[in-house]
Design a binder for this molecule. Structure first.
Ligand code: FES
Ligand SMILES: [Fe+2]
Length: 393
């Protein structure tokens, strides 16, 4: 994202705020509520989206140096991610080649090698089978290629990507869809991993994604929280293949409008929230403190349940502050959780009940809910379903 692009975004955003307008989809879209309840659709999503599509897992600082690992089961398939001795990011199916036990329990850490908890077969950081406990019972297994099965993985400008099923290498343009310049601009390799938390909810995972895709609800649902800081119902929207970017303003932008007429001088990061959607299931929110990174998956094989994994990465400019004030980190995580869980996902659970009741068959996405319209059709495109039309009423 060049300076001129940032200024253009600020121009558009300022004009929306001044004129009480927002990014406009050109029409409304009706989406079937059965998409939130259908077990057959969920099966297809799990197969196509969560097994055979590259997933953005997090930022590079999940694995800060060689010999660090991150074991993650959120996609439904246990994945072991490592930074090998050369510093290269790699991913493996987290399954022992002996009898399939999970080799590394969920979590992060630093290790030279991994020993399976079942019979103690041991693998090196690069997935190679290093030793077999009481190997005389097996003979010479070296000819059998019993290394951990490697998954396609890549690190693109500070983001980590894995396809949970072996196959072709990952393609940068396919994953980022034109967002390369944005990622280069943010310099994510310098952000440090702060922590993570899990938020389970009684809603379809796509209702979860929808929660972050519009700012229309801000001054209504979040009157006690975000309303004081964020400007409601004004956003920019740009699509990048199946991904998207929306930029919203915090109240400081209004101050800038009064105090500093030269827009090129406005401090972009201090006055905006830049929200990205990375197909198929990631929301990334960049603000002056860092990056809130949300991966939203179906839970327990149910269309009615989902799990959000929230990771927070700290901007290098404020890292010292949060290191010196440990409670500030705790407070921020708690506050994020409470807004999402008590406000957004509480409403989302109501929507799920409505979908399950079946008396109402459709939802309506307004012209100002352009990011949701994009998400719903990107999802359909990925599953080779008919796209929903935009209706100009
Ligand atoms: S399953 Fe891993 S050592 Fe037996
Ligand atoms: Fe919200």
């Amino acid at each position: 994202m060049e300076k001129s692009e940032r200024t253009h975004i600020l121009d558009v955003l300022t004009s929306h705020i001044a004129n009480d307008t927002t990014a406009d989809a050109g029409g409304i879209m009706r989406a079937p509520m059965s998409d939130f309840t259908c077990p057959k659709l969920l099966e297809q999503e799990c197969e196509v989206l969560f097994r055979n599509t590259p997933l953005c897992m997090g930022l590079s600082s999940e694995l800060p140096k060689p010999y660090t690992y991150w074991s993650d089961n959120a996609s439904g398939l246990p994945i072991l991610m490592v930074r090998d001795e050369e510093g290269k990011f790699r991913a493996f199916a987290n399954a022992c080649r002996h009898r399939g036990s999970q080799v590394v329990l969920e979590g992060r850490g630093s290790k030279m090698r991994f020993t399976c908890p079942f019979h103690a077969w041991t693998y090196a950081i690069d997935g190679k089978l290093e030793s077999v406990n009481k190997s005389n019972h097996f003979g010479d297994v070296s000819s059998l290629d019993l290394h951990l099965i490697e998954l396609p993985s890549a690190e693109f400008h500070g983001t980590l990507w894995v396809r949970p099923t072996p196959g072709d290498p990952l393609d940068e343009s396919e994953c980022l869809g034109g967002l390369q310049r944005d990622l280069v601009h943010w310099n994510f390799p310098d952000y440090s991993f702060a922590g993570t938390q899990i938020i389970d909810a009684r809603m379809n995972w796509k209702i979860g994604v929808d929660s972050y895709g519009e700012i229309y609800h801000l001054n209504v649902l979040h009157t006690k929280t975000l309303d004081k800081e964020v400007v409601g119902n004004a956003q920019t929207f740009d699509s990048f293949d199946k991904n998207l970017r929306m930029v919203i303003a915090n109240e400081k932008l209004n101050l800038m409008r009064l105090l500093l007429p030269i827009r090129e001088k406005w401090p972009y990061k201090q006055i905006t929230y830049t929200v990205y959607f990375f197909y198929p299931n990631v929301i990334m929110l960049v603000d002056l403190f860092g990056v809130d990174f949300l991966r939203i998956f179906p839970l327990d094989n149910s269309p009615s349940k989902s799990r959000t994994i929230h990771a927070w990465y700290i901007d290098p400019n404020v890292e010292k502050y949060f290191k010196d004030h440990e409670s500030a980190y705790e407070d921020r995580m708690k506050r994020f959780r409470s807004v999402v869980e008590d406000e957004d996902y509480a409403i989302a659970a109501d929507m799920q009940v409505t979908a399950e009741r079946g008396t109402q068959t459709e939802i309506v996405l307004g012209r100002n809910e352009v990011a949701l319209q994009h998400f719903h059709n990107a999802h359909r495109m990925g599953l080779s379903r008919d796209l929903l039309p935009v209706e100009d009423l």
